[in-house]
Design a protein around this ligand. Structure first.
Ligand code: FRU
Length: 509
């Protein structure tokens, strides 16, 4: 009899030590046991958010990826459910790889597969045990209720990569074509036979039969993305209206592996970048070839935006993986048998062609001001409101844009600092985790801010993960911050006497 992979995962979760680990986050989604990587199938329906995730319950002993499943009504607290996709079919037995969700409304399409509202598209990964040759297929799981999940009996929908490409063909995103009612599109990350990365577009009217339309092209980008890394992982398009121009834009967010741009940043093993254009057919028009990193932190990859029913429109809310490939050597493996987390959900907006990110769960407008606001502060001042708290959200702003100041989290033994450092030419964000318990993949990082960035730091710190937002969300910076598990609260420090113009915080524990 073949192995019961569902039961094996249940056993692994049942014997997990993760919840008792002092580093386990309170308001970030993390693996219940083992390893978590990419967000998958993010969707929101009737106010409940569902997040699926790449889940390896037997990590580090055995590498086998499921789709884990969690849900939340407040985007802070996540409830874990049974895994939604078990890699136990002939086409996914080496892993149920990443993909996205589509939430169907009313009678679209006329014959929805299984008449189900929720359609999850993913990559079936198959490795030949003898030759190690890879086959990548695109597959479908349907669900009427997000409790029961059924693999489409005629899977795979796309049994292999098309001619001219290699088996590095994965991570489908599916959405309805706003310009052609009744038509759906799929974007898949791919590698050409000449070992360059690209993304392929497919089209379908029934979600089962998919026609290859061709590569996503950039006619106005002067060849910028023609040879742009060796593989594109997790490509996704999100439509946003630019706040400044009022123009509707399609933002491509993706992870091109193997690029080394001649620019500040790009220090992670693989980057996650975006570019802005307008999708017409297979062309991302009016994209001039400029691109930028989505998040400047030490850990960030493979983000997705929550899918919605057309009848329930809402903001574009993104979640990323606060992790990187091949960087699983974190303290939590020893202390709790788990590794990696998701970022907090973030609202995306576009302003003058730049992507801004702000925590989707905002600090309450009536959050009381911190006691230190308006006072002249010494070189280091504890924030009394956060004493005893290890999971919190804080926003601080100074009127002294020329002052060097920052926040320290942790104690004398293990801490991180987040600092704004003005210089003659520019202000820089400097994040230093060289005195923390996790230093092997980056210690100090500097991000140059655009001139005019408001001197405002918004920090979401949750046990061992910290997200920093600068200005209006001009910079997002995610890091794993294994500070002292005994430490709580935060300290504001500055080079000379210093005053905060505003500041407020709430604690989550
Ligand atoms: C990105 C990625 C995807 C793949 C998945 C496998 O982190 O490599 O391309 O589908 O992870 O877990």
């Amino acid at each position: 009899m073949s192995e019961d992979l569902r039961a094996a995962a249940q056993d692994a979760v049942a014997s997990s030590r993760a919840a008792t680990d002092p580093d386990y986050p309170v308001v970030h989604l993390a693996a219940p046991v083992g390893r978590l990587n990419d967000p998958n199938g993010l969707l929101v329906d009737s106010g409940t958010y569902h997040a699926f995730y790449q889940f390896s319950p037997f990590h580090p002993h055995r590498k086998l990826v499921y789709w884990g499943h969690a849900s939340s009504d407040d985007l802070l607290h996540w409830q874990q459910h049974e895994p939604a996709i078990i890699p136990d079919s002939f086409y996914d037995r080496s892993g149920a790889y990443s993909g996205g969700a589509l939430v169907l409304d009313g009678d679209e399409p006329a014959q929805a597969p299984d008449s189900a509202a929720y359609q999850l598209f993913y990559t079936g990964n198959l490795k030949d045990p003898v030759t190690d040759a890879r086959t990548a297929s695109q597959c479908l799981v349907t669900s009427p209720d997000l409790e029961h999940f059924t693999k489409w009996p005629a899977n795979p929908l796309l049994p292999a990569h098309p001619e001219g490409y290699t088996p590095h063909f994965r991570d489908p995103q599916v959405w309805r074509d706003p310009d052609a009612p009744g038509s759906f599109r799929m974007l898949v990350g791919a590698q050409r036979e000449d070992l360059t990365g690209t993304a392929l577009l497919y089209r379908s009217t029934d979600l089962l039969h998919w026609q290859l339309e061709g590569e996503l092209t950039f006619p106005d980008a002067d060849g910028a993305f023609d040879h742009f890394g060796y593989m594109w992982e997790c490509p996704g398009l999100v439509r946003l209206t630019d706040e400044l121009t009022g123009h509707v834009r399609d933002v491509l967010i993706w992870c091109p592996q193997g690029i080394t741009p001649d620019a500040e940043g790009y220090e992670n093993i693989f980057p996650c970048v975006y570019t802005v254009g307008r999708l017409e057919g297979t062309e991302l028009r009016e994209c001039d070839g400029t691109f930028a990193e989505v998040d400047r932190g030490f850990e960030f990859y493979a983000p997705q935006v929550f899918a919605r029913r057309p009848s329930q429109p809402g903001p574009a809310i993104m979640v990323g993986w606060a992790g990187n490939a091949a960087e699983d050597d974190q303290p939590s493996i020893e202390t709790g048998g788990w590794v990696h987390a998701f970022t907090a959900p973030r609202v995306l907006t576009l302003r003058g062609g730049r992507l801004l990110q702000r925590p989707a769960v905002e600090l309450p407008h009536d959050a009381p001001a911190l006691g230190i606001v308006g006072e002249w502060l010494d070189s280091a001042t504890r924030i009394a409101e956060l004493d005893g708290k290890r999971s919190w959200h804080m926003r601080l702003e100074t009127a002294q844009a020329q002052e060097r100041w920052g926040v320290r989290i942790g104690d004398d033994a293990d801490y991180i600092t987040v600092e704004l450092v003005p210089d003659a030419d520019a202000t820089r964000l400097v994040v230093d985790r060289s005195h923390s318990r996790y230093t092997q993949h980056g210690q100090v990082r500097t991000v140059t801010l655009l001139s005019g960035t408001v001197p405002r730091l918004e920090i979401l710190h949750d046990r061992s993960i910290t997200e920093v937002f600068v200005g209006d969300g001009d910079i997002a910076f995610t890091l794993r911050s294994f500070v002292s598990p005994q430490a709580s609260g935060a300290v504001v420090f500055a080079a000379s006497p210093f005053r905060l113009a505003s500041g407020c915080a709430i604690a989550y524990d």
